[in-house]
Ligand binder design. Structure first.
Ligand code: MGD
Ligand code: MGD
Ligand code: MO
Length: 771
């Protein structure tokens, strides 16, 4: 490690040469290796007993909610010992470690030195165990008491010319209770600047669905998967990111459902599944998943969906009344005729070509759904993180509306969320664009006047920091620097702050690229016991299907100096607002039941919250489309068809599309290891997946080391030293891992309406690396 202390800490992982090994990609996911890999992480920790104890309580009723993803738990038949997956176990091993980072550690290593580590090394250092402070001009974090930390933040916040000079970020693990109090504090303080990880994730879904069907959430329940005809999975990699979904897909297949996968990469978890929790799976027998794999080119989804709609329409014309659900269309939707007329501008062959899929294959997909009504469409980041992400979400809605596939058993829309409580955060009003009626309600219940102006989202916050308009950044979880686009630009923005504060469980790069002063506040994780006000507290989360569940940690925290997020918010609010506040923060901190009572008063759907959250398995939030209604006030309580164009992507001869993806060994910016087992990548992460034809055409070879460039708006962005991996990916498409490639994603390249960074399509140039 370098010992220089006067250098600027690195905003990115070291751009080092890695000794990467490549093997054949797998054709199936999970199975025994997955179970072994799961236990390996837990057992390798210094205190395996802690991890094992926690594993037994994960996703069990009365236990704690796995923090890894938002896929729901089965309502009734949970496996007694194993409602978790390999990646949930990794997440747990990562947080249940008993290695501690105390002030001593920070005294030994300068911030610059720490920034020389890569993300994997950083994560292995252990859990943050006490609050630390970096003074102006300081090189090392030093100890600080909680009291002084809160006073320092309060002083900064109260010195600002306007509350709008501060921003309060949320990552999606924060419980409902902590989220609700957090937004309450932020709004009583006086701003709606609440950027959140949703802004980079499913914001396009929330915007698109809210407009089209009147609610920004999906419409299916887990049971719908068990009795359906066709499941279409677009731009999602469940084998890695939602492994428990594979069990639902397996059950769906067993009950006769077909699966269509739409993805530029042939992902193992979409091809086949060996269920580690069944005898058949343990002996290596797999269930084939996708019956049809449409290897669309990056962002070819709009063209593909339109091709399917056009062919469906032709089939409907041939046999009227057999393909479309006219009764549904007439009674429950508007805009049908305009939509059908818009299809006349296209022909299916051109659309298929544009999508990069053979017309015959599109026809096959259409044949699979044309006489079926029980259709579920799932999607994730491959859809949302594009310039036209909102439009593609609405196109997915168009297809389901034609078929009347919403609000029926076995049918509906299934955006698959990321973080375990990201959906709950929004329900709790963590949002930069709160609705007037939501603010009215806060005012009515609490008696203060909440700010009415639009707040800043993630991209707007970064720009405001750059312009000096934001002076204080407070991060409730997450890793803002590494998760956001345009890493160099964002790092410059963060460095202009007066104060940056991170509430975190583990060390990450956002602690090392900071404002003039900085604080790290260590907090409890999901698996930790939360004792506040002298009693053990429970919290609650909302999963991807709108089910509210309680979560209760089981492990003794590794340090007495950790506070729960809920308590941190209450103490910060007291320190900042003092007698200005009309909220009884002590009451909330002492018993979270009081927080739930307040939530019940402010947010619809939470009647008897305290009672129902303690009942078996929790409860479902109301969801009108699920019940066959569209409370879509803007459109006369109808679901709407929308007309969107097919995007065109002209590439120069030396340009490629690049998408950024997650490896099997990471949770967002947390890197668990250097393996991407299913895709056959070992011992490193700086790879670029490329089509062999492109590699040859560019005069390059598999294994070559290259540098990647982006020139959006005339600015050169570079990522050095990526190893070319010849891969089964459409021509002109490439893929790299997030967050190593984030430096290439332009801050100004965002989705229309949702302002989500376009992490799934960046135009790049590729050149041989020069030492
Ligand atoms: N183990 C683990 N679990 C996680 C996470 C994690 O990092 N690790 N992250 C969590 C979070 S926050 C989220 S949001 C989810 C993310 O879950 P996913 O959305 O599944 O994650 P990604 O790896 O971003 O990739 C999405 C898939 O989209 C495909 N794709 C890329 N571009 C396109 C395109 O233009 N069109 C189509 N049709 N497909 C495309 C990629 O090949 C990939 O298979 O997972 C959550 N769960
Ligand atoms: N290029 C590219 N960029 C992307 C994406 C992409 O696909 N491609 N995906 C985007 C998406 S979908 C998302 S959701 C964002 C994710 O963005 P973030 O949510 O900001 O990032 P994470 O990596 O999930 O945050 C990890 C950190 O959270 C802290 N942490 C973990 N658990 C807890 C907890 O319980 N409480 C608290 N207070 N802290 C905790 C730890 O310190 C850890 O270092 O990234 C986005 N960025
Ligand atoms: Mo996400």
């Amino acid at each position: 490690m370098k010992t220089k202390i006067d250098e600027v800490p690195e905003a990115q992982n070291p751009e080092i040469h890695e000794n990467i090994k490549v093997t054949e990609p797998k054709e199936w996911a999970a199975g025994v290796t997955a179970v072994w890999a799961a236990f390996k992480d837990v057992l390798e920790e210094e205190s395996p007993a802690r991890g094992m104890k926690a594993l037994l309580h994960m996703n069990q009723k009365g236990g704690f909610d796995c923090s890894s993803c938002a896929w729901p738990d089965p309502d009734d038949d949970r496996s007694p010992i194993a409602e978790y997956c390999e990646n949930g176990a990794k997440a747990l091993a990562w947080e249940a470690t008993n290695k501690k980072l105390t002030a001593n550690f920070f005294a030994k290593h300068s911030v610059y030195e720490l920034s020389q580590m890569d993300d994997l090394e950083m994560g292995k250092k252990g859990r943050l165990a006490e609050p630390v402070y970096l003074p102006k001009g300081g090189t090392h974090y030093q100890p600080i008491s909680w009291d002084d930390a809160f006073k320092l933040i309060a002083r900064h916040l109260n010195d600002l010319k306007s509350p709008d000079e501060a921003a309060f970020y949320t990552s999606g693990r924060t419980s409902n209770e902590a989220s609700f109090l957090y937004q309450l504090f932020v709004r009583e303080y006086g701003t709606n600047n609440m950027p959140d990880c949703s802004n980079m994730c499913h914001e396009s879904t929330s915007v698109g669905l809210a407009d089209a069907i009147g609610i920004g959430k999906g419409t299916v329940t887990l049971n719908d998967f068990y009795d359906t005809d066709v499941i279409i999975i677009i731009g999602q990699n469940p084998g890695t990111n939602h492994p428990r979904m594979l069990s639902a897909l397996e059950k769906a297949k067993k009950n006769g459902s077909k699966i269509i996968a739409i993805n530029p990469l042939r992902e193992a978890g979409l091809l086949a599944f060996k269920n580690p929790q069944t005898v058949k799976g343990i002996f290596g027998m797999s269930t084939q998943l996708a019956d049809l794999y449409l290897q669309v080119r990056i962002n070819g989804d709009m063209a593909l969906l339109k091709a399917m709609e056009l062919l469906l329409y032709e089939a409907e014309l041939e046999n009227p009344g057999t393909v479309f659900d006219h009764q549904f269309i007439q009674k429950k939707t508007s805009g049908y005729l305009d939509f059908i007329n818009s299809l006349h501008h296209y022909n299916a062959a051109d659309l298929a070509k544009d999508a990069g899929v053979a017309l015959d294959d599109v026809q096959q997909a259409v044949d699979m759904i044309k006489h079926k009504k029980r259709i579920i469409i799932c999607w994730a980041m491959g859809v949302t993180q594009h310039v036209n992400g909102v439009a593609t979400v609405k196109e997915i809605v168009n297809l389901t509306l034609l078929k009347g596939s919403i609000g029926k058993p076995g049918a509906g829309l299934c955006p698959v969320r990321g973080h375990s409580n990201v959906q709950g955060n929004r329900t709790m009003l963590i949002w930069d664009k709160p609705k007037p009626e939501q603010l009215d309600k806060l005012k009515e219940v609490f008696g203060f006047e909440p700010p009415r102006g639009k707040g800043l989202d993630v991209v707007e916050s970064i720009k405001a920091m750059h312009e000096g308009k934001l002076k204080v950044f407070f991060g409730m979880g997450g890793n803002f620097l590494s998760a956001t686009p345009d890493t160099v630009y964002t790092a410059d923005a963060l460095r202009k702050l007066k104060l940056s504060v991170q509430v975190s469980t583990k060390l990450n790069r956002s602690h090392l690229v900071h404002g003039e002063e900085a604080l790290i506040l260590p907090t409890l994780s999901r698996s930790d016991k939360d004792v506040s006000g002298g009693m053990e507290q429970i919290v609650s989360c909302e999963n991807s299907m709108g089910v509210l569940q309680l979560s209760k940690g089981v492990l003794d925290p590794i340090s007495d100096n950790l506070k729960s997020e809920t308590v941190i918010v209450c103490e910060l609010a007291k320190a900042t607002l003092g007698s200005r506040s009309v909220v009884d923060w002590d009451k909330y901190a002492s018993n979270y039941d009081h927080v739930r009572d307040a939530i019940e008063k402010v947010i619809p759907g939470f009647k008897d919250y305290n009672k129902r959250i303690r009942e078996h398995g929790g409860f479902y939030l109301p969801n009108a489309p699920r019940e066959g209604r569209f409370d879509n006030k803007a459109h006369h309580n109808k679901a709407i068809f929308t007309v969107s164009p097919v995007p065109s992507h002209a590439l120069a001869d030396d340009e490629y599309r690049m998408t950024t993806i997650r490896s099997h060994d990471q949770f967002n910016t947390t890197i668990y290891g250097n393996e991407d087992r299913y895709r056959g990548i070992h011992n490193g992460r700086r790879v670029i997946f490329m089509n062999p034809v492109d590699i040859a055409r560019a005069g390059l070879k598999d294994g070559d080391e290259v540098d990647l460039f982006n020139y959006f708006n005339g600015i050169e962005r570079v990522a050095h030293m990526f190893r070319i991996v010849a891969y089964n990916i459409p021509e002109r498409d490439t893929a790299t891992y997030y967050p190593e490639a984030n430096v290439l994603i332009p801050i100004d390249s965002v989705a229309e309406q949702s302002n989500t960074p376009t992490s799934k399509l960046v135009v790049i140039k590729i050149r041989k690396h020069r030492a």
